[in-house]
Design a protein around this ligand. Structure first.
Ligand SMILES: NC(=O)c1ccc[n+]([C@@H]2O[C@H](COP(=O)([O-])OP(=O)(O)OC[C@H]3O[C@@H](n4cnc5c(N)ncnc54)[C@H](OP(=O)(O)O)[C@@H]3O)[C@@H](O)[C@H]2O)c1
Length: 249
């Protein structure tokens, strides 16, 4: 798919990785709807940056843990520039709970993480697919985590929600073919993001030591892979790890 003249809705576009994805899609020629939850100032900054690249941009508030609000936000996003070609399911929520502390992982936290990170992307994809099918084509890229592939990450619930998102990618690739492709990027630790700021320095050092490239994941590389998945016409149901080379051997 040539991204020129297309419209992309990037959830969590106000965040660290999301703003890199927004920039890369805009540089590829797409107009961008920036999804945000609470940080409207950051979302407006990201929209302004898109406009300096010569593309149109608008911001849409969304709490994707609320299914009704999520579906309505997709319709508002499609209304911004009259179409919707690309959905990037990038937004997520987490909180740090050591795996061994099972009692600290309450049912309320479990449900919030799953509602935001797994059910939300499903509801958003379902709503977006209606617009994409009407137009005859579409692209969905989910941002999961290597925590969905190995038993690690900020909490058991977060890891399981990302495993669900990875399998949702494959299931939706079947469900939405042939008009819509569905792929997934699974990042490792990305330094400089709000999520990474909650991780102790010793863990960051350990992650770098484990990586064959001796570095953490780059938001720019994640963004470029998102663009590559959007451009590709014969790739669907795929998960690509971007993690400095930790989780392939
Ligand atoms: N950073 C890492 O090391 C890392 C590693 C692996 C995977 N990931 C994944 O990469 C993606 C982006 O993470 P990030 O590091 O860029 O995090 P971030 O900077 O904290 O951004 C999270 C984004 O999600 C939005 N969001 C949070 N709760 C939401 C909700 N209920 N409804 C809608 N939007 C909501 C936030 O909106 P507001 O700011 O407007 O509230 C923000 O834009 C996430 O899926 C994360 O799991 C990150």
């Amino acid at each position: 798919m040539d991204l020129k003249g297309r419209v992309a809705f990037v959830t969590g576009g106000s965040g660290g990785i999301g703003s890199s994805i927004v920039q890369a899609l805009a540089m590829a020629g797409a107009d961008i709807v920036v999804g945000f939850n609470g940080n409207s100032a950051a979302a407006l900054d990201v929209c302004a940056a898109v406009k300096t690249l010569g593309q149109q941009s608008d911001a849409v508030q969304i709490d994707q843990a609320d299914s009704g609000a999520a579906a309505a936000a997709v319709d508002r996003a499609a209304g911004c520039f009259g179409r919707l070609d690309v959905l990037i399911n990038n937004a997520a929520w987490n909180t740090g709970i050591p795996f061994a502390d099972l009692d600290a992982l309450s049912v309320e936290i479990w449900d919030r993480i799953f509602a935001t990170n797994a059910r939300g992307p499903f509801v958003l994809a379902r709503a977006a697919a209606r617009h994409m099918r009407e137009q005859g084509a579409g692209r969905i890229v989910n941002i999961a985590s290597v925590a969905g592939l190995v038993p690690a990450g900020s909490s058991i619930a977060y890891a399981c929600s990302k495993a669900a998102l990875i399998h949702l990618t494959r299931c939706l690739a079947v469900a939405l073919a042939p008009e819509i492709t569905v792929n997934c990027v699974a990042p490792g630790l990305v330094e400089g993001t709000r999520m990474a700021a909650r991780i102790p320095e010793a863990v960051v050092r350990m992650v770098k030591e484990q990586a064959v490239l001796k570095r953490t994941a780059s938001a720019a590389d994640i963004a470029q892979q998102v663009v590559a998945f959007c451009r590709a016409d014969s790739v669907t149901g795929q998960v690509l790890n971007i993690d400095g080379g930790v989780h392939f051997h």
